[in-house]
Design a protein. Structure first.
Length: 369
């Protein structure tokens, strides 16, 4: 079968690229030919957002790069020093897309389109495409549409403008099988279709990266280090910075930022997604506040801490419960020392993942035919 994946493969972060690679390779190993198609911004769909469109524009004005720089003037010198590295990191991401995802390879027609994984249903965020019915099944160049581990992120059914909800319902008519990755998305989909919805884990959890990680060559790193993994300079408050710095000083660890810079971290390491996993694997400790940072830690780290923020608390709570790592969750950075004492039970975790992998393979085999 000729399969296309509609996902976040153009987004510049480790999680988006690794989940794209994992799903692509998993489907290929089932005997199918796999390519990616890009998300299309559709003005007729975007207009259905009404007042939400204005909200998007306001968010872009206040949460962009300039806003982040203003918050961190005291780190100006370090910010300027890592500016080139940020460009280098984007180039590494693009090389990965070309070499591992074959991102620009296209066919005119596909037997099946797989929508997912990642926050493909998160239509009330400030993404570049806004709301597009393509992500909900309105795919013109595929005979059949399914989803895998799709998420609506923070979007809730109750918040949808009626016009958007109606458009999603009609688009969902084209979807023959639904797989989602969290409870919020499960409820979201059930409110918009009467079809069966199954829960699946993120492809990064399901896929075995052992060969890729083993082959990855580590960049130069400190002898003992703590990975700081977050979005672009999201860890920027004095309280959070001091908590991590004090923790690292106590345990003789050097903070290392990967994936995206934190302006206060001098060691910002440029790496490809496979190297990223190996850096997690060799870390003495990990501090993260992201969904995929939690997944990388659970798969490869012995000791790690996950900070649940107001913006992603529900998403992270759902994830840590599903994969049995609740003891690594924090509500404030001041809990680092307590979480550090808790070592990850990798045997129980691996057994759970093996069970979920079997469910995933069964779902994909049944749905892609």
């Amino acid at each position: 079968m000729k399969v296309c994946i509609l996902s976040m493969q153009r987004v510049g972060n480790m999680g988006s690229l690794l989940q794209s690679y994992a799903l692509k390779t998993t489907i290929e190993r089932l005997g199918h030919q796999v390519e990616f198609i890009d998300i299309e911004k559709r003005e007729d769909d975007y207009k259905l957002l009404g007042d939400y469109k204005q909200k998007y524009d306001k968010e872009k004005e206040t949460t962009g790069l300039i806003g982040k720089i203003k918050k961190t003037d005291r780190y100006t010198l370090n910010r300027l020093r890592i500016k080139k590295k940020s460009i280098d990191q984007e180039n590494v991401f693009e090389q990965f897309r070309q070499k591992e995802l074959f991102i620009d390879r296209r066919s005119s027609k596909y037997n099946v389109c797989v929508i997912g994984s990642d926050e493909v249903f998160n239509c009330l965020n400030s993404g570049a495409w806004g709301f597009t019915s393509q992500l909900f099944g309105n795919v013109s160049n595929a005979d059949k549409v399914i989803t895998y581990a799709a998420s609506c992120g923070a979007t809730k059914y109750q918040e949808l403008p009626q016009s958007v909800a109606d458009k999603i319902r009609s688009s969902f008519d084209r979807v023959s099988a639904f797989s989602v990755r969290d409870n919020n998305t499960h409820r979201f989909v059930e409110n918009l279709t009467s079809k069966t919805v199954v829960d699946s884990l993120d492809p990064v959890l399901i896929y075995n990266f052992d060969k890729e990680v083993e082959a990855a060559i580590l960049p130069e790193l400190p002898a003992h280090y703590c990975v700081v993994y977050s979005y672009y300079n999201r860890i920027h408050t004095k309280v959070e910075i001091e908590a991590i710095e004090n923790f690292c000083n106590k345990h003789n660890l050097t903070p290392v930022a990967i994936g995206a810079p934190q302006f206060w971290v001098k060691n910002y390491v440029v790496c490809d997604p496979f190297q990223c996993l190996k850096i997690f694997q060799n870390a003495d400790f990990v501090v993260t506040d992201t969904f995929h940072g939690t997944i990388f830690s659970a798969k490869y780290s012995r000791r790690f801490a996950v900070l649940a923020r107001k913006s992603n608390k529900n998403k992270l709570l759902d994830l840590v419960k599903r994969i049995g790592v609740e003891e690594h969750l924090m509500t404030r950075m001041g809990e680092l020392e307590q979480v550090y004492a808790r070592e990850h039970d990798k045997i129980t975790f691996k057994n759970l993942i093996e069970q979920e992998k079997c469910k995933t393979i069964k779902y994909l085999k049944t749905s892609i035919k």
